[in-house]
Design a protein around this ligand. Sequence first.
Ligand SMILES: C[S@@+](CC[C@H](N)C(=O)[O-])C[C@H]1O[C@@H](n2cnc3c(N)ncnc32)[C@H](O)[C@@H]1O
Length: 271
Amino acid sequence: MTSSFNVHDAAGYEQIMGRWSKRLAPLFIDFSGLADGEKVLDVGCGTGSLTFALAKYPNLDEIAAIDFSPVFVDAATRRNTDPRVKIRQADACALPFENGAFDRALALLVLHFVPEAGKAVAEMRRAVKPGGVVAAVVWDHLGGMPGMRMMVDTIATLSEGGRQLRSRYCFQPMMQPGEMKQTFIEQGLVDVVETELMIRMDYQNFDDYWAPIAAGEGPLGKYVAALDEAERVRTDAAVRDAYEAGRHDGPRSFANVAWACKGIVPGADRT
Ligand SMILES: C[S@@+](CC[C@H](N)C(=O)[O-])C[C@H]1O[C@@H](n2cnc3c(N)ncnc32)[C@H](O)[C@@H]1O
């Protein structure tokens, strides 16, 4: 299996994650760096949060974007009005580009959905020229996402299936401290640096938080959608109680921490 991501609907993705990955994208670009005239590859572009953040830089030459999901490729393509942006369906583990085609390859919130994440990093390295940059960000589900941990911890109290969901969720690939850095080094990247990036997710009320998951979006939505009626009612009520935390329904804001890692493709003449 090349992707563990559950795609349901592009608009639902925007509500569950796209609106937040848009906040993370500029921080990731600052971390990764950019220079005039570069060709940049967005690996796992989804609906285009990073692609269109990159397109705000007028001096980039080319922005290529790939995603495994045809639903997301269609949605991102429909959004695009920039001739420098080229979007296509492809697998991060078998990138359809020549060696050294890009100056940078970036993956925003993707590698934790790639079971063979090392293979994807190797492909990003191959597609970037010597001296170029490979960079990726993944969420820290275990220790860095209290808003989502609250949900999976609540679900875990209700059933064995919920406990298994929590374990899968907390230990997706690349999420442990230093894991992504180690993978980058194993794949031959040099000057590898790992850091943390933080954004807040701000919800208007419980429905704003829960609706995309209740509609079956993302890995958590897939679990919830498969519950029978009675379990579903119990789950909705328990998660609502956790969200409200003893106060009236209304706005809640959660900090979210992501691991970010970058490395240089060796072989450039640095003299
Ligand atoms: C959480 S979404 C992130 C999307 C986008 N980068 C963003 O930040 O909004 C994860 C994305 O990774 C893509 N993905 C997962 N495995 C992939 C693979 N093997 N090759 C290409 N894309 C993959 C999914 O289709 C999905 O679009």
